[in-house]
Design a protein around this ligand. Structure first.
Ligand code: CMP
Ligand code: MG
Ligand code: ZN
Length: 489
């Protein structure tokens, strides 16, 4: 009898034969395990396929669909080519702060031992709490060291230097070395500016929504550090490129979350250097918790988990009484901040997009030189830029921001109501209410500045896509009217 896995998968072992009369062989058991495993894997991939088909209108060009599938699920990239804790609020004071703290950040270290900030940097950092903060301006003001100043400012503002007794010079060393790591490969996009941008966006989420009040100091510390290191020593090439080119890093991490594993491992390795060890005064338990959180958060920035991550959070939120794990919540926030530039002001988003495409095209050049097929969006002569951005916004960024906002409202709602009760007895102002009128007034809503930006940016890309299509049609027409002469070899 020939045993075969019914799924057409790479795990299939078609040559295995089993004779009914013979004793069970170890490989028989192995094959049975294989069949069970296959069901699990195929079920999971089928889930992801469902997710993608939900967001696949006919309008999406096939190239864009292929890119979405291969980048944001685990389906095609290789196949193609052959705490249940209830929300706890640390104190009533915290709950009260949830609504009214907004630009009140506390516990700064005011000691003179702190790093000196150039005047221009201080000026730019005045807008640090804004959604469309201009990280490019910070880059200029800081002479190319945005991570150093922004990282330092954030860790100080949230009181982390004080709380975890981080020696200021050690923090300065650590941030400077992280900054250097981001500049190692001279990437157009995955560089120190991107790190600073993501850290600032995480800060917005922590501070402007009230999320910081749901988290412990250690969780805030881990979230900020995870944001700062999340693409540390990025090579400017994708996971798919590492796998397809058989890089050392792919070999080391067995083709799984290759870059993300490297970012985390290299950052923790750096922190083992005494001169950069910002964790030196954490207790053993604090260190373990910090490390687990950072690992979870950075691994969740691997885009191939995108649909699964969203789906899991959606189904959690659909429960009558969802209990959301801290690590799941901060992971989703970091993932959203990582892909948030299309949700920022057009000038910022446009600049990021051009940098990312530069990086993708450089990868395409490498792929051509190595004789590898082009990864999606990497062929500089055949990439539909505007269409891909519309696809990215509609199918990736908008749904992510939507789920993230629902999650934050679910987490922070109870905190908000207890704050409201406490503040109303204390006679304080009502807090952080937006969209009044469209929803029952007792439903807690966070501010969502990204909604308007996403809609503006999509509109601009759509106009651009129409123009591009017109130009292509014109070019095709010209080429068919004036065919190139065929030259004999
Ligand atoms: P990384 O920053 O490692 O994680 C998020 C990924 O999303 C990022 O790498 C890019 O690969 C991808 N990404 C971000 N912005 C865009 C965009 N505008 N278009 C396509 N892909 C994007
Ligand atoms: Mg990354
Ligand atoms: Zn990133």
């Amino acid at each position: 009898m020939l045993l075969k896995c019914s799924k057409r998968c790479t795990l299939t072992r078609p040559n295995l034969q089993w004779r009914a009369s013979s004793q069970p062989q170890p490989w028989c058991l192995a094959f049975l395990f294989h069949l069970i495993w296959c069901r699990v894997i195929h079920r999971r991939l089928a889930d992801e396929d469902d997710e993608l088909s939900e967001v696949q209108p006919d309008a999406v060009p096939p190239e864009v669909r292929e890119w979405l599938a291969s980048t944001f699920t685990r389906q095609l990239a290789t196949a193609k080519r052959k705490s249940d804790e209830k929300p706890k609020f640390r104190s009533v004071a915290h709950a009260i702060r949830a609504g009214i703290f907004v630009d009140r950040i506390y516990r700064r270290v005011t000691s003179t031992a702190l790093m000196q900030f150039p005047q221009d940097v201080v000026r730019v950092l005045k807008t640090l709490d804004e959604w469309s903060f201009d990280v490019f301006a910070l880059h200029e003001a800081s002479a190319g060291a945005p991570v150093k100043y922004l990282g330092y400012e954030l860790l100080n503002r949230y009181g982390m230097i004080h709380k975890f007794k981080v020696p200021p010079t050690i923090l300065e060393n650590f941030l400077s070395r992280i900054e250097e790591g981001y500049c190692k490969f001279h990437n157009p996009y995955h560089n120190n500016l991107h790190a600073a941008d993501v850290a600032q966006t995480v800060h917005y989420m922590l501070c402007q929504t009230g999320l910081m009040n749901w988290l412990s100091d250690l969780e805030i510390f881990a979230t900020l550090v995870a944001a700062v290191v999340h693409d540390y020593e990025h090579t400017g090439t994708t996971n798919n490129f590492h796998v397809m080119s058989g890089s050392e890093t792919a070999l080391l991490y067995n083709d799984r979350a290759v870059l993300e594993n490297h970012h985390i491992s290299a950052a923790f390795r750096l922190m083992r250097d005494e001169e950069c060890n910002i964790l030196q005064n954490l207790s053993r338990d604090e260190f373990r918790e910090f490390r687990t959180l950072v690992i979870d958060m950075v691994l969740a920035t691997d885009m191939s988990f995108h649909f699964q991550q969203l789906k899991n959070m959606r189904s959690l939120l659909s429960l009558a009484e969802p209990t959301i794990d801290k690590s799941k919540a901060t992971s989703l926030v970091l993932h959203c901040c990582d892909i948030s530039h299309p949700a920022k002001r057009w000038d910022l988003h446009h600049r990021w997009t051009m940098s990312l495409l530069d990086e993708f095209f450089l990868q395409g050049d490498k792929e051509r030189d190595l004789g590898l097929p082009f990864s999606p969006l990497c062929d500089r002569n055949n990439t539909l830029v505007a269409e891909s951005q519309i696809g990215f916004i509609e199918f990736i960024v908008e749904p992510s921001m939507g789920v993230c906002a629902d999650m934050l409202e679910c987490i922070l709602g109870p905190l908000h109501s207890s704050a409201k009760n406490s503040t109303s007895t204390a006679g304080s102002e009502p807090i952080n209410e937006e969209n009044a009128g469209s929803e029952p007034s007792n439903k807690f809503k966070i501010r969502k500045p990204w909604i308007a930006c996403l809609s503006d940016n999509k509109k601009i890309w759509k106009e651009q896509a129409a123009k591009d299509a017109e130009a292509r049609a014109k070019q095709d027409e010209e080429e068919s009217a004036d065919p190139q002469p065929v030259t004999e070899e």
